[in-house]
Design a protein around this ligand. Structure first.
Ligand code: FES
Ligand SMILES: [Fe+2]
Length: 448
């Protein structure tokens, strides 16, 4: 029983046992959903070690544009300089540590510290020090030494800007690994790339970040129950509530996703111009999945806390469903509390009419007041609430769907990389998420 772990050794022992029970029995200790001493470890072993998504390039299209982002409690300014280069700069003045920038987004070539007035360029270079000679002598200050501190690592993957607090983190391409092939379905549907529609919506939820990550990595099972109201209201037009029963669950590196089928030839209701773009951008195996298997990834999680979703909803009563992509970050704020950041992504070269309709479709379902979003929120906050008590320290949860019953699709029969399971109502991807999670917390290099 976890009770209230007192020492580091005790937490490690509990996590070791939790990992064993998950791997060997398909059971998860419910306390890991919401436990303060584990949250501290998550910050040290996951959020300070892996790549974390911060912003999409299209949020800062012009020189001088910036957005404020964070990795747990570390604030970063993501800027685009005069040469078009992107920088991720730690938002703390080098003088006395004042927070340099306090607006969420804007355009500025410089950041002037409100405390004593140090002024930095949007590259991070220190440009101005008030009364420099009086304060630091005739030679002044070595401005190169006192520039803003960049994030230890930054990288851009198909327009997605990531950073890491870990200077030794593996290269971003390698970190994304096999998952890149699946991310193409979201990010490379057009050779022009994707762009965000406006700023992200943000809201705070009394729910643990992991519950959202694990839901998005593969939980097709909840849709027939949780999202029934959206089906009944006619917003989601599906033949049966079990519309996600058939599909494919994917484990790719540390990440994963879930494929769903669409009506053959309908291409998920994408306009013909986007279908043509997909065929131009995708490799032959990806095209075959679309054309012959009529499937595409529905939801996906990039470990630890970034998810993507394709969906398609009616925006007018009786009208045709309009597809959209949402990109979301489950931003931890503390044990059992997160801030959700949610963007709608559209193909840069899509028509204005489609962009507008796609965004409306997204807002009605996965925006802050969206029907599906609220359905999910109720579950995640409920799970978090009951996991806060003592009983959850001795309470194990069923993650056993498919265990010992469903085999991966044999090699050569599935076009994509990673491991593919031929069903959606299984827990392979969710177990994979938790195995990856335990591997990080326990510093294990073992695969899952
Ligand atoms: S704290 Fe920024 S100039 Fe002093
Ligand atoms: Fe959901």
């Amino acid at each position: 029983m976890i009770g209230q772990p007192t020492g580091e050794k005790e937490i490690y022992d509990i996590l070791q046992e939790a990992k064993r029970s998950l791997n060997e029995e398909g059971k998860l200790l419910s306390k890991v959903y919401n436990e303060p001493s584990i949250f501290d470890l998550e910050v040290k072993k996951i959020f300070s070690k892996t790549w974390i998504f911060l912003a999409h390039e299209s949020e800062i299209p012009w020189s001088g544009d910036y957005v404020l982002r964070r990795i747990v409690d570390d604030s970063f300014i993501v800027t685009r300089d005069e040469d078009g280069e992107v920088h991720v700069l730690f938002n703390m003045c080098r003088h006395r540590g004042m927070q340099l920038c306090r607006s969420d987004a804007g355009n500025s070539s410089h950041f002037r510290c409100p405390y004593h007035g140090y002024t930095y360029q949007n590259t991070g270079k220190l440009n101005g020090v008030p009364f420099q000679k009086e304060a630091y002598g005739p030679e002044g200050l070595d401005k190169d030494e006192w520039a803003m501190t960049p994030a230890p690592k930054m990288g851009i993957y198909e327009g997605m800007i990531f950073a890491s607090l870990n200077p030794d983190v593996q290269p971003l391409e390698e970190y994304i690994g096999d998952m890149g092939w699946y991310l193409d379905f979201y990010l490379k549907k057009s050779p022009a790339g994707m762009e965000v529609v406006g700023p992200p919506q943000r809201w705070v939820m009394p729910a643990d970040w992991k519950l959202a990550s694990e839901n998005f990595i593969g939980d097709g099972y909840h849709t027939q129950s949780t999202h029934m109201s959206t089906i009944k209201a006619g917003i989601m037009r599906v033949k049966s509530p079990a519309y996600l029963k058939d599909g494919v669950q994917i484990l790719a590196g540390m990440h994963g996703c879930l494929f769903m089928g669409f009506k053959p030839g309908s291409y998920f209701n994408y306009p013909q111009s986007i279908v043509d773009s997909m065929k131009e951008s995708f490799d032959p195996d990806q095209i075959a999945l679309l054309e012959e298997n009529s499937v595409l990834p529905l939801n996906a999680t990039i470990f630890p806390n970034t998810s993507l979703l394709h969906s398609s909803m009616s925006i007018e009563e009786g009208g045709k469903s309009v597809p959209y992509v949402t990109l979301r970050v489950w931003q931890p704020m503390g044990p059992g509390k997160m801030e959700i950041w949610s963007w709608c992504l559209v193909e840069k070269d899509a028509s204005e009419e489609f962009k507008k309709a796609s965004n409306r479709s997204y807002l009605s379902t996965f925006g802050a007041s969206g029907t599906l979003e609220q359905d999910d929120a109720e579950n995640w906050s409920g799970q978090t609430r009951v996991a806060a008590g003592e009983m959850s320290g001795q309470h194990y949860l069923n993650y056993g769907a498919g265990l010992g019953q469903v085999e991966p699709i044999p090699e050569g029969e599935w076009a994509g990389p990673g491991t593919a399971y031929p069903k959606n109502y299984v827990d392979f991807a969710q177990r994979h998420f938790w195995q990856t999670y335990f591997d990080h917390l326990l510093d294990s290099q073992n695969g899952s």
